[in-house]
Each structure stands twice: as C-alpha cells, then as structure tokens.
Design a protein around this ligand. Structure first.
Ligand SMILES: NC(=O)C1=CN([C@@H]2O[C@H](COP(=O)(O)OP(=O)(O)OC[C@H]3O[C@@H](n4cnc5c(N)ncnc54)[C@H](OP(=O)(O)O)[C@@H]3O)[C@@H](O)[C@H]2O)C=CC1
Ligand SMILES: CCCCCCCCCCCCCCCC(=O)[C@@H](N)CO
Length: 334
C-alpha cells in the first residue's frame, strides 16, 4: 500500500512539475520579445501574388499594415492587390505591387528602394514567400535544376533580406524577418533532392541570422509549412514522381489561408520556428539543435514521441520506396 502511495505521489509530482514548467515556459515565450504588431507598419511580402504570400499579405492588411507585394507577373500582382484592397481597415493603409525577380540582385534592391519611396515608410516586416519546387529524380534531373532551385529558394530570399536588414539597421528600425522553409527543411525525401537542400539552407540562414541580429534588435523567424494547397503545389505535382506523391499524401495539405493564420498565430505567440501541422512539429522538435524551443514542456514531451515515432515511420517509408522503381512499382519476381 505504501509503495503504491509513493508511486502515485511520484507520478503526481512529476505531472505537477511538468504543468508548472508548461505555464512558466508559455509565459516566457509570449513575453520574451517585442510584440508582433504590424498595425501602421510597412510589410514587404515576396511571392505576394499567389498562394501563401498572397494569404499572408491579405492577413497583414487586415491587421492594419501597409503592404508591398512582390512577384514577376503583373496580372496576378494587380489581381491580388485588388483583392487585398477589399480588406482595408483604415484610411492610411497602402497596398502597392512591384514586379521584380527575386533571383536578380539588382532587381531585388531596386524593388525595396521603390517600395520605401512609394510607401513613404521604411520596411519593418519582411516575409520571403517567393519559392518553388521542381521535384524529380536526382539522376534524371540536370544540375541546372539544382542551381535554379538554390537561386530561387535560397539566394532569392537572401538578396531581399540582406538589403532589407541593412536598411533596417541604418534607419535604426527594430524589424522582423520571416523566412519560409518547409517540412523539407528538416526531412529529406525521395524526389526532393533539388528542393530539400535549398530549404535546409533557409533553416541554417534563419538560425545564424537570428543569432546575429540580436546585435541590432531585429527578430528573425522561420515558417516550416507542410503541403500548401496553392497554385505552386498544382504546378509541382505535374513533375512529381509517384512515390513522392504517395508518401506526401499520407498527410492532408492546408489552404494558403490556413497556413497564413497559423504563421501569424506563431509570430504573435513569439515562436522562432513555426509549424502548422503535427508531422512538421514532430520533425521540428526532433531536429531542433540549439534553436529556442517554443513551449519547453510541450516540445520536450513531443520530442520523446518523435524519438520513437520518426524512426518507425522512416522504416516504413524506406520499405515503400524499395517497392518502387522510377515511379513504377517493381515487377514482382515470379
Ligand atoms: N506549396 C507547397 O506545398 C509548399 C510550399 N512551400 C514554400 O512556401 C512558399 C510559397 O509557396 P506557394 O504558396 O506554393 O507558392 P505559389 O507558387 O502559389 O506562389 C509563388 C509566388 O512567388 C512568386 N515568384 C516565384 N518566382 C519568383 C521570382 N523569381 N521572383 C519574384 N517572385 C517570384 C510567384 O509569382 P510570379 O511567378 O509571377 O513571379 C508567386 O507570387 C515557397 O517558398 C514554397 O517553397 C513550403 C512548403 C510546402
Ligand atoms: C509518426 C510520424 C508521422 C510522420 C508523417 C510524416 C509525413 C510527411 C510527409 C512529407 C511531407 C512533405 C511536405 C512537403 C511540402 C513541400 O515543401 C513541397 N510540397 C514543396 O513545395
């Protein structure tokens, strides 16, 4: 009987400590930094004419921000700006669009300058949503696909935030940089060699930059979405090997609007690494390295779950892959 009491009280104290840690950690997370508040601020969104970027631009506008959206195609930009305009909440807000190619250094710099001039306000929040995946088999794809992917997903984001953060520091603005990665920033998967590396690079950049920009009081966060049901997703599916689709289809995608809601919620909660679905959350806690945790108690419990679940999942995935060859199931031996 006494041993039973001892065990029970042990369990209860452990739960108590965990609950206390949960509350303290949540308070620390929410109050550790400057509040995310875009009202009256200039927000700059690359890829703002479609998918995630468009949804983010719209939500920022709904929160009272002045927003600049960047993309190459003018028709989509104009259409997106018209839709965003309908969400106006006050007279002073401006929505402007600029056609620019984020993979071009000069064009990126010029677009930032033009946006500041036309908005009449320095940029405080930057979201780099422009990006794309060109899935396919490693040995079948030309190296140019790898170069193009890195140029768009990594250097495209870099050119924008490099110039934007220089401007912030010069103008003494305590801004916020939000980079967009993917589940594939933390997981490598068949068909995605050309893409995963670019999104791992984004994660490395976000982590180093977060550390460095503490010097200037500028916040850096990264968003790691799973499947986004966007025009970009439809396009990449035309290239995607069947095996990649099969593995990916185990998890439902989210609409760009759902992703944007989750991203802004994470930013308002003070998260540095933001996810919007359970599997990416597991990959995050399993590969967090020394990144700041969100809620220490929740992250630690999830890390234990991930520690068991992910290797098991990996075994099943590897097995599934071994039954395929170049997209066709292997013929069974007679
Ligand atoms: N879709 C998905 O399943 C996932 C996507 N992501 C990431 O989320 C981000 C958004 O994806 P998604 O919503 O699907 O994107 P979409 O393909 O729907 O939209 C991409 C946007 O980026 C713009 N863009 C593309 N290339 C350039 C360029 N060189 N210069 C300027 N703008 C450019 C496009 O406009 P235009 O073509 O006119 O230039 C468009 O506005 C990307 O970084 C993507 O890698 C992450 C996880 C999953
Ligand atoms: C118990 C553990 C369960 C884990 C299940 C995990 C399943 C994950 C599947 C991979 C999802 C890949 C999303 C890619 C999104 C993306 O970036 C591309 N669409 C490119 O745009």
């Amino acid at each position: 009987m006494e041993t039973l009491y001892a065990i029970l009280s042990g369990i209860l104290s452990a739960i108590g400590v965990l609950a206390l840690l949960l509350v303290i950690s949540e308070l620390h997370l929410r109050f550790r930094g400057r509040k995310f508040n875009v009202n009256g601020k200039h927000c700059y969104v690359t890829g703002g004419s479609s998918g995630l970027g468009k949804a983010v631009a719209m939500d920022l506008f709904k929160d009272g921000a002045s927003v600049t959206i960047i993309a190459r195609g003018l028709d989509n930009l104009k259409f997106a700006a018209e839709e965003i305009e309908k969400c106006r909440v006050n007279e002073t807000q401006k929505i402007i669009y600029i056609s620019s190619d984020t993979t071009d250094k000069q064009s990126s710099k010029a677009a930032l300058e033009e946006s500041v001039e036309r908005q009449g306000k320095e940029i405080e929040y930057v979201f780099t949503c422009a990006g794309a995946a060109y899935p396919g088999y490693f040995i079948e794809q030309d190296v140019e696909v790898f170069e193009k992917s890195m140029q768009l997903n990594y250097f495209g984001a870099l050119y924008t935030i490099h110039e934007a953060t220089r401007r912030m520091v010069n103008a003494n603005i305590k801004g916020h940089v939000v980079l967009v990665g993917s589940t594939l920033s933390m997981l490598g998967l068949v068909g995605y060699t050309q893409y995963s590396a670019t999104k791992f690079a984004i994660r490395g950049l976000a982590e180093a930059l977060r550390s460095e920009l503490i010097l200037h009081g500028i916040n850096v966060s990264a968003y790691y979405p799973g499947t986004i049901l966007s025009p970009g997703y439809e396009a990449e599916n035309k290239l995607k090997p069947e095996i990649s689709k099969k593995i990916e289809d185990a998890v439902d995608g989210l609409t760009p609007e759902q992703c944007s809601t989750a991203l802004l919620k994470g930013l308002k909660r003070g998260e540095v690494a933001i996810t919007s679905d359970f599997s990416t959350l597991l990959f995050r806690v399993a590969s967090r390295g020394a990144m700041p945790m969100n809620n220490v108690a929740i992250d630690s419990v999830l890390a234990m779950i991930a520690w068991v679940a992910l290797p098991i999942w990996r075994i099943f995935v590897d097995r599934t892959i071994s039954t395929f060859q170049y997209g066709k199931p292997k013929a069974k031996p007679e």
